[in-house]
Design a protein around this ligand. Sequence first.
Ligand code: DON
Length: 349
Amino acid sequence: MLARGCAELDGAKVKSPIPDYLQVVVDHSSYDNPGHNASYISELRDADPNRVGACLSTVDGVVYAAGDTDVEFTIQSISKAFVYALALEQNGLEAVLERVGVEPSGEAFNELSLEQVGTKEIADGYTSTGLWIRRRSGNSGPLETDTRRPLNPMINAGAITAHTLIGPAGISADERFELIRKGLSAFAGRDLGVDEAAFESEMNTAYRNTAIACMLRNYDLIDVEPEDVVKAYTRQCAISVTARDLALMATTLANGGVQPLTEERVVRPEVVRQVLSVMMTCGMYNGAGDWVSSVGIPAKSAVSGGIMAALPGQLGIATFSTRLDKHGTSVRGVRICKRLSDDMGLHIM
Ligand code: DON
């Protein structure tokens, strides 16, 4: 594996200008360091705000890195894109759509919200637009097109639902978590561990996610106990990665579902298409419009300061810098991604 700007040409290592350029972009992003570390998880609050790194990896497996790209941090919400992919791979699109929608919420990532589309006297099943309908109360109650699905899998409500779709029915929360950890490891091409301290910290105050899980359980969107799913979902968020891991995970998506180094097919191309579409419209929550218009690459952010972006057929990008904007997205990470997109013409439009 070649790294830091070494490309191989006829067996000879050739110096590429990309790492020097990447270092300039990273340095330039740091003319100041505004924003705040996430404060609701003590490991994130206390993380060094001066660290900054960017990693870019091509679909043929060449990795370019500048700055703090080997520092481990918790994957947090970036895990949502990969768990959604695994849920689609295992259950198929229709089954997942029954439980989780694909509409941008325009709300914060931890909003307690579900889809509501009105009431209508029609038979149980699917509407012409594919929405799942159900009875409000028992067999004799009015039928409604009120799906009550979480709007998308990138907000916590959708992510917690997608989490429960992993693995065969009846497995324990620990077994499900292990399937998820292994699945994310396949995307990264190495065995990923868990930051137990960050997990414990988030669990200490996970009241909001517990409320979301209770809401989901109330509407039969999940069929496991709220406390169990919140614990396993929080462990999912505490999986440890580096910017290099995230770049390779993004590149697995950019590469149609095949990990560029291990060459393992992790998910099918149609799964990747669905995941990247939802990342494009929902990956940045209520900052999605700004991101799509200015950077224009399907991406996912995390409160730990990571951003990963996947440009289909070309490359994966990951950045790490802990200070966040009002949407919970890394300020310097956005700067780096915007600069790369502008300079290299990566905007997909
Ligand atoms: O569930 C939570 O609140 C966190 N474990 C993850 C949130 C997150 O990363 C939001 N993204 N910007």
